[in-house]
Ligand binder design. Structure first.
Ligand code: AR6
Length: 243
């Protein structure tokens, strides 16, 4: 089997203009300038977001004493994007993989198809990945320069889901990745309840951003299903309140 090293080196050394000629998705890639940050998104979609608002009682119960105050700097570092993660031109997209890291269905299948065979060849060398951990590869034919693969838990296991987001963000920091897009890890085939997942994801991403605010320019929550759009609309104003 041919290697991946030369292709990885070649693609990573190209300018963004040259890389754009090689994206397997063609011209339908989405640049960061076309993904509004949370405050701008809210202004444009106020009606849709407000329609999903959680009740004051539900929020009080959920937060049980924790305080999330408006933080204008953090708010500008997060986005929601609805669509295919394989079109996003960011430093890294996150893959919701399985322990083998050798591909599968869902977002994993989409990422492998869009990246091409060299991604599989690099994954073979990684020796799999533990649940809750993360490993990085090149992005190859994707508009994203890198893929950070993580393995979510099967079913509702908050500590493992939290670990996925933490390990992915730490891996990003270690590799100077400043723009990052997450799919809704574990909420597809692995069956993590969508609403419970968001209530784990948003606090851990906020905590990591607070601790490393100079390390990230943008963290994008890439949503694919209507159910997740409504849930993120409900909880973003709770964990990332706007002034
Ligand atoms: N872009 C963004 N999100 C997507 C895309 C896409 N192209 N395709 C699906 N999603 P899942 P899991 C959403 O099942 O639950 C694989 O076989 C999807 O709607 O992909 O962590 C792996 O190999 C859902 O919201 O991942 C593992 O065996 C989210 O991505 C297993 O599935 C995650 O759904 C992992 O299961």
């Amino acid at each position: 089997m041919a290697g991946f090293e030369d292709e990885k080196r070649r693609i990573l050394s190209m300018s963004v203009e040259d890389r754009r000629k090689h994206y397997r998705c063609g011209p339908k890639f989405v640049t960061l300038s076309n993904v509004p940050a949370w405050p701008e998104y809210y202004t444009k979609n106020k009606f849709m977001v407000d329609k999903c608002a959680a009740s004051k009682d539900a929020i009080t119960r959920l937060l049980s004493g924790s305080i999330y105050t408006p933080d204008a700097e953090l708010n500008k570092k997060i986005s929601v994007f609805t669509g295919d993660i394989t079109t996003l031109e960011v430093d890294a997209v996150v893959n919701a993989a399985n322990n083998s890291l050798l591909g599968g269905g869902g977002v994993d299948g989409a990422i492998h198809r869009a990246a091409g065979g060299a991604l599989y060849r690099e994954c073979v060398t990684l020796g799999g990945c533990d649940t809750g951990d993360a490993k990085i590869t090149g992005g190859y034919g994707l508009p994203a320069r890198y893929v950070i693969h993580t393995v979510g838990p099967m079913g509702e296991k908050p500590a493992l889901l939290e670990s996925c987001y933490r390990r992915v963000m730490q891996t990003a920091i270690d590799n100077n990745i400043r723009t990052l897009a997450f799919p809704c890890i574990s909420t597809g085939v692995y069956g993590y309840p969508n609403e419970a997942a968001v209530c784990v994801v948003l606090p851990v991403v906020r905590t990591m951003l607070e601790a490393h605010r100079d390390k990230f320019d943008r963290v994008i929550f890439c949503l694919f299903l209507k159910v997740d759009i409504d849930i993120y609309h409900r909880y973003l104003p709770v964990f990332f309140p706007l002034p």
